[in-house]
Design a protein around this ligand. Structure first.
Ligand code: BTN
Length: 284
């Protein structure tokens, strides 16, 4: 199912469920969404979003699927994607004003952190469940992973053409494979109420809209301050003993801060302090 927002398209017939899709299409007219796509099955919503972003300006494209056959996590990991959970990709094409002022890697980092904050707010609004954030992109409850964000970028010449924010949230705890069963957790384990995937999609999109507006409209330093402050409020990273694997080194030490650029600041065991722009982190 698919609609170009604000064009009088005939709505196709098949489920998201149609009623939810129509509600989403109505919401889309008030927020950043320009094109809304739902598929029952895809290999990866990020792949489809990238494919659909080849033409035109993709800013505001949203792709949702009921399940993925080739869901991707960071660093080449597989993202287990049975039906019952949330799989969504959102495309942002941030304005040049921002791109000109922030180093490109930091822009990606900042949008990833912004998306984490938006998802935490959305889950809290819908369910009252408090999710925390582990740098750079993990959604955590009780030290286990309830969701993750995979941000991918495509460039035109040397500047970012668009970013795809891939969001996965475990809603039901069906079918965690043995390899992740001890590290993964689902929202349904924290409430007796049924959590609707579609309601969660609504909340996340509204919350992303709020933050993306701030992102587009305010001055760069203000934006950074707001996102990082809120990220710190929700974080479960600072103060923890960690191992960080970046592209250039592996550091064991203590996570001491997040810089306004989104970098993780780690004090290694020998006392040296490192600022890490991208990498993966495990708690020790
Ligand atoms: C991670 O924590 O490693 C990131 C996981 C991101 C998973 C989501 S599910 C929707 C989107 N499509 C994908 O193939 N991956 C992301």
């Amino acid at each position: 199912m698919e609609i170009l927002v604000n064009q009088n398209n005939h709505l196709p017939y098949q489920d998201m469920n149609l009623i939810q899709f129509q509600r989403l299409a109505i919401l889309a007219q008030d927020i950043f969404i320009t094109r809304l796509v739902h598929r029952p099955v895809v290999d990866s919503t990020n792949n489809l979003a990238i494919e659909l972003s080849k033409d035109d300006n993709p800013d505001g494209l949203v792709v949702i699927a009921d399940k993925q056959t080739g869901g991707r996590g960071r660093r080449g990991n597989e993202w287990c994607s049975p039906e019952g959970n949330l799989y969504m990709s959102v495309v942002f094409s941030p304005s040049l004003r921002v791109s000109n002022n922030i180093v490109e890697n930091s822009l990606i980092q900042l949008i990833t952190l912004m998306s984490g904050v938006a998802i935490v707010d959305a889950v809290d609004n819908l369910t009252g469940i408090k999710v925390s954030l582990k740098w750079p992109n993990d959604l955590i409850i009780e030290d286990k992973k309830v969701g993750g964000i995979l941000t991918e970028s495509r460039y035109h010449a040397s500047s970012i053409k668009y970013l795809v924010i891939g969001i996965g949230v475990n809603i039901t705890d069906r079918a965690f494979p043995p390899s992740i069963v001890n590290r993964a957790i689902s929202l349904s384990q924290f409430t007796n109420n049924t959590i609707s995937r579609d309601e969660l999609v609504f909340e996340i999109l509204k919350s992303l809209d709020k933050w993306y507006r701030i992102f587009k409209e305010q001055e760069v330093d203000e934006i950074k301050g707001k996102i990082i402050n809120q990220w710190k409020n929700y974080n479960c990273t600072i103060g923890r003993r960690v191992r960080v694997i970046s592209d250039v080194r592996t550091i064991t030490g203590t996570a001491i801060d997040i810089a306004n650029s989104g970098d993780l600041i780690v004090q290694a065991e020998d006392g040296n302090v490192f600022s890490i722009t991208s990498g993966s982190l495990e708690f020790l």
